[in-house]
Structures are given as C-alpha cells and as structure tokens.
Design a protein around this ligand. Structure first.
Ligand code: ZN
Length: 468
C-alpha cells in the first residue's frame, strides 16, 4: 500500500478501537489490527486518535454583505479549514434577485475553482422565487446541489415570505432536496432595529436586543409547521436558543423529519460579550446573536442526546478594522458574521469531550458523520471505513494549543476565542490520502479540492440515527 497510519486509535460515530489504516489511490483500503509489516510509507500515530476529516456544512467564503465582502476566499478559507481538521466544506451559493439559480451557482463555482484546497460543495440560497426558480431547482439537483437555503430574516436583502418558503418545501419534497432555514422573524427585527436606532441606541449590544430569542422561536415554529403541511423535511441552521430547541425536539418526537445544527459560538459565548469595551462587542455581531449564558448547557445537552445533529462553523469573517467598524455609529451596519472554520474541532474536543459534555464518538458524529449523511456525502465522506475517501485527522489529545489570531490561518484580524488554551492539537490532516497539514503548517496545493456532486436527501428513521 502507498501509506499506512499505525499505532493510533480509530474513532467513528459508534466506537473507538485500536487499528492501523492503509491507504491507496486516495481511499482507505484496509483497516486492520496491524499493518506494520506491510510495505509503504508509514505515519506513526501511537497515542493519538484517528478521526474522519471534518465536514463543515455552513461556510460563507467571499460573501458580499453590507457593502463589503468577507475576506476569507476559497483559498484562505479552505486552508484555514484544513488546518482545523476540516476536509470538506459546503458553502452557500446565493441567487441574485431577478436572476435564476444557475447564475448564482456558476458565480460560486467560479469563486471556488482553482482555489479550494479541500473538497467542496454548495447549497443554493433562494432569495427570489421567480418563474425560473422551479426549473432551476431541478437543474441544481442534477448538478449535485441537493439542498436549498431560505432566509426568514434579513428583510429587503435575503428574506423570503411564507408563500415562497412553502413553495420551496413543496418543490424540494418532490425532487428529494432538503430545505435549510435561517429562522428569525425578519419583519419584526427590522421594526425593532429602527425603533432602537431612533432612540439613539447604536452600540453592538443593541444588535442582540433588536433580535430577541422569541423571534427565533417563532420563526422556527413557523418553519416546522409549514414543513409539516408540505410534508417536507426541514433543516434548521445555526440554532441558538432553547425555546427554538424545544420546538425542534417536539417535532422530532412526533416523527417529523426536522434536523438542526448549532455552532461553536453559541456553545461558548454569550450576550455579555457585546458589552466588551471599545467597540470590541462588534466581533460577535452575527445572526442569530449570542444568547443568555444559560442556553449553553442546554445546547450541549441536546447535542449529547442527539436532538441536535450537527455543529457547523457558520464561518463568515469580517475584519474589525475596515469592515466591522462600518457600524461604529449604527449596529445595523456592522457586517454580520464570525470566523470559526479553523477552530471547530478544538472547541468540540477541549470544551466538549474533555469537559465531559459529549463523548468522543458523539464529537465524530456531529463533526463529520451526520453532516455527511444528511447532505448526501455518505459513505464517501464522514466515516473511517474501507472504500471511503482517505480524509483523516491525526489528533494528539494531550498536546496543548492556544487559540490566537496570529497563529491561525483564517484571513481576518481577530479570533473570537483569543487566548483560550485548548487541550488537543492536530498532528496531520490527510485529504484523499495526501498529507496537507503537518503540525499547524499547510502543505497542500491550491486548487486541489474537488467539487462534490451530492446525493439526494433520504431521511432514514432509525438505521442512521439522523432522525432518532
Ligand atoms: Zn450562515
């Protein structure tokens, strides 16, 4: 074989076990007790974990927003992803108003081509349900773009009305696609924003106060009801609030195919961060906003118990200097988003597994396996099995690592977890059998990532645990 990883502990979503892993032509070809006597190059992983490469199903690279563009493009963004152990990203291609979906997809394909260093795919964001869209949704499915995102927030930018949302559910159901929803009530947020600004309340904290958690709960509930009427599956992105969580749990308990993700920032940070002095609160302006601290333990618990299936980064970086500060006198002009594509594994392991909030197997599930199953990449990705792509992370659980903007590869001037010491560091990352990261240093190739044509969404009730 070309390459073998020996001495490590293989971790899957079900179990951890001592095994060596053999690789040929970019695929895992053998998993056995000992491959030490086999020919080929050797990586010694003694005392370390071998995890499937991460799948981050929620990134925004080179996204135009609020008169500026997020500075991580498909090169810097995927280098950062790789250095954090992520070997597949799914980014959001966005339809421009008045255009079809095909133009949107082509524009994002163009951004990624010759730049991405790891494999990538797209979801398609529908912002304008014009006549073209129905036909284009079919074309998307044929191109391997099998999930559609709709925004119930960002009035006059991305927001769609309930009729559009419902029509998208119906069409997605017919085609075998999955609708993903940003669930916040955009109309009321717009009203509250204008009211606060008229009262002279312009600081970053008011970003959170303009988007109360009840408006997330209301929109989540509405999306669940519309999906139920359409008999379509629903995926709720970046869930942040326990009220919304309860709605998701109730729907799942009634066997409705509702799935949900949360993000590391909702597990780690809280509304108090907006009070940091000297406009530093702007670092945390994302939507939904950070919530009261008591939500964190509730989200961890639901992650552990399987009611939340995915942790994605929602990476959308904007520099503090020159971008976030566009909103120095008006919180509504602060570009929304937070970097995180590189730090997801460190947070999940150090804060989650070490602090006994989730098991190591559960980490693998929310980090790679469930994302692969839900988004039509399984078993090519998201699992350590013979025949799967050799996308792997060799992870040293005992090494310490300090999260610092200066040491990370994200192309942005801050890290929301600056100075946080985490336990667990990455020794190697392999993408299709090639080592692309070694001890926090990127050694892959620009443009090596391949576009992934994804399969249709198939909710499987018990066999996979996707809908438990
Ligand atoms: Zn997002």
């Amino acid at each position: 074989m070309e390459l073998k990883i020996i001495g490590g502990t293989v971790v899957t979503a079900e179990k951890s076990f001592r095994a060596d892993v053999g690789i040929e032509d970019g695929k895992i070809t053998r998993i056995a007790t000992s491959l030490a006597d086999q020919p080929g190059e050797t990586i010694d992983a003694t005392g370390q974990y071998i995890l499937p490469g991460g799948i981050d199903v929620h990134t925004h690279f080179e996204l135009p927003f609020g008169g500026t563009v997020s500075p991580d493009d498909f090169f810097t963004g995927t280098v950062a992803a790789a250095c954090g152990g992520t070997t597949t990203v799914l980014d959001f291609a966005v339809q421009s108003k008045g255009q079809g979906l095909k133009e949107g997809l082509e524009s994002w394909q163009e951004k990624a081509r010759d730049k991405a260093v790891i494999d990538y795919g797209f979801h398609m964001a529908i912002t304008d349900f014009n006549r073209q869209v129905v036909d284009d949704m079919e074309a998307m499915m044929e191109s391997g773009v099998t999930s559609f995102k709709l925004f119930m927030a960002y009035k006059n930018i991305f927001m769609v009305d309930d009729e559009t949302l419902f029509r998208s559910f119906l069409k997605a159901k017919e085609l075998g696609g999955l609708v993903m929803v940003h669930a916040e009530n955009g109309g009321l947020i717009d009203l509250l924003t204008n009211k606060l600004l008229a009262e002279g309340k312009t600081q970053p904290m008011y970003h959170a106060l303009s988007r109360p958690p009840e408006l997330e709960e209301e929109a989540t509930s509405r999306a669940i009801i519309l999906a139920r009427l359409a008999e379509a599956p629903l995926y709720v992105v970046h869930l942040s609030y326990r009220g919304a969580m309860r709605r998701v749990k109730k729907a799942r308990a009634n066997q409705q195919p509702v799935l949900a993700e949360t993000c590391p920032h909702y597990l780690m940070l809280s509304i108090e961060n907006y009070s940091e002095p000297d406009f530093a609160g702007a670092k945390y302006v994302m939507s939904p906003p950070l919530r009261g601290k008591h939500n964190q333990a509730y989200l961890w618990k639901n992650l552990a118990e399987g009611h939340l299936q995915v942790v994605s980064s929602d990476h959308c970086s904007f520099n503090l200097k020159g971008q976030k500060d566009l909103g120095r006198d008006d919180f509504s002009r602060i570009p929304n988003g937070v970097p995180g594509v590189e730090t997801r594994l460190f947070i999940l392991y150090s804060e989650g597994v070490r602090h006994k909030k989730i098991t190591l197997e559960r980490l693998v599930d929310v980090w790679a396996t469930s994302p692969a199953k839900i988004f039509g990449l399984y078993p090519q990705k998201g699992v350590i099995a013979e025949g799967s792509d050799a996308d792997l992370v060799i992870f040293n659980p005992n090494k310490k690592f300090v999260l610092q903007s200066a040491k990370l590869h994200q192309n942005v001037d801050y890290c929301p977890y600056e100075g946080l010491e985490v336990k667990g560091a990455i020794s190697r990352v392999l993408s299709r059998g090639k080592v692309i990261v070694k001890e926090n240093s990127f050694s892959g190739r620009r443009g090596a990532g391949q576009f992934l044509r994804r399969l249709k969404f198939k909710p499987r009730l018990e066999s996979t645990g996707v809908i438990a």
